[in-house]
Design a protein around this ligand. Structure first.
Ligand SMILES: [Zn+2]
Length: 429
């Protein structure tokens, strides 16, 4: 499934819940129709509706406030949309237009509101200056009188004309197919889940501001088909384009949200830490309790549940709490020691270039935040101790008994680091 195109699909957007109000809060709660609505995106606190007291069973909406009694994780997953009063050029089309110098120039001039496009007998486009203040009538009159195309529609006409006159360029043809399938224009703006654009977060403030500007503009939509409406359309287009640009920047760059929130944790049951030299056999690695807590969470939880009368949920919450506060109790530490005896961890250093980039080690749990390694085994990773980080992970396979989750490492013997006669590490394993 290509997420990008699914989310731009007009049918998908039409079916999404709609954000309609530029108000963020009402009575110190998130506004039910606003950008952070708990009714739309799910509760801020786990299994708590806005009434503070749980009135509905889990999985149902509260009859008073209408908030679904569910996990706050919903706020990471639910997308919404804003319905626009006028069509604007869609994000895909905008990104394509931006990528071609000549189209970009035409586009900027058209959006300034002072130019239209006219075609000569050969179908060649040229910019025509228009003075909308000379015509007291509607914009429509202007178009009919001079056969000048204006605004976003001129862009569409420009592309149709170019392709019909034999323009073979790939981007023109993609744009043309967007026009034919009706996705050159859109009536909706996608609203990303609130988790990725937190309330009052400075880093992301521009994105929320764009949404707010759009919602405020919609409230003040002028009468149809007047000159001010023409300028309104252009203004709406500019805000939507700004939103696309800022969203791409915030999400795409190295410090962007996708890399920060997703890429760093793309492997479940994995952790990452700086490596330091340690006085241990080369078959062992010192792994911080904090990482082991994540790697062996399932086994640790099972072990604690087995020896106490606590439920899985309670233990999970306790472990999460200890992980977040970075303070692990002696009780949990002893369970980790027990669970990790004779277990192996796979250590990986990016970039993974050859088999030596991933090696298996016996676990030796330690306090602190660093992975300790015998310096003999650092070479296959092509790493040193100046702050290099390694990923630790375990491979989980489901055994014959489907409840038996166990850790397998194939052919451990062959993965051991060996030394040649002169004491150098043999890299090929
Ligand atoms: Zn309620």
């Amino acid at each position: 499934m290509d997420l990008k195109f699914e989310l731009y699909d007009p049918k998908v957007l039409k079916a999404l819940p709609k954000v309609t109000s530029p108000r963020l809060t009402t009575n110190q709660k998130f506004d039910p129709e606003g950008l952070f609505s708990e009714q739309i995106f799910g509760p801020v606190k786990d299994y708590k509706c806005q009434c503070e007291r749980v009135t509905a069973p889990r999985g149902q909406r509260c009859s008073k406030c209408g908030v679904l009694v569910a996990s706050s994780n919903l706020r990471k997953k639910i997308f919404a949309a804003i319905e626009l009063p006028e069509s604007v050029i869609s994000p895909q089309a905008y990104n394509l237009i931006k990528s071609v110098q000549s189209l970009r120039t035409f586009y900027q001039q058209l959006l300034s509101g002072r130019y239209g496009i006219a075609f000569d007998d050969q179908g060649k486009a040229k910019l025509v200056e228009i003075n909308i203040h000379d015509f007291s009538g509607t914009v429509l009159d202007l178009e009919q009188k001079y056969d000048v195309h204006i605004g976003q529609r001129a862009m569409e006409q420009l592309i149709i004309n170019a392709v019909k006159n034999g323009n073979q360029s790939k981007i023109f043809n993609i744009l043309y197919s967007l026009i034919k399938e009706g996705s050159f224009f859109t009536d909706y703006v996608l609203v990303i889940p609130p988790y990725y654009r937190p309330y009052k977060d400075k880093h992301i403030a521009e994105i929320n501001q764009h949404y707010l500007t759009i919602l405020t503009m919609i409230k003040n939509t002028p009468q149809r088909m007047t000159i001010s409406n023409y300028l309104f359309q252009l203004e709406l287009q500019k805000v939507c384009d700004g939103l696309v640009d800022d969203t791409m920047r915030k999400f795409g760059s190295k410090t962007g949200i996708l890399r920060q929130k997703l890429a760093g944790k793309r492997l479940d049951l994995s952790g990452r830490a700086v490596i330091v030299p340690a006085d241990i056999p080369e078959t062992h690695a010192e792994i911080p309790y904090l990482i082991l807590l994540q790697l062996y969470k399932l086994e640790i939880t099972a072990e604690i549940v087995k020896n106490s009368n606590r439920t899985y949920r309670e233990v999970f919450e306790m472990l999460d709490e200890q992980y977040d506060s970075k303070v692990i109790s002696e009780e949990v530490k002893s369970v980790i020691d027990k669970v990790c005896t004779n277990q192996y961890v796979l250590l990986n250093r990016q970039p993974t270039l050859h088999r030596g980039s991933i090696l298996a080690f016996k676990i030796k749990p330690v306090d602190g935040y660093t992975i300790g390694l015998n310096h003999l085994v650092v070479e296959p990773f092509n790493a040193d101790y100046d702050g290099d980080t390694l990923y630790g992970r375990i491979n989980i396979t489901i055994g014959q008994n489907k409840y038996d989750i166990s850790c397998h490492i194939s052919d451990l013997e062959s993965m051991k680091v060996k030394l040649d006669d002169e004491g150098n590490v043999i890299k090929t394993l």
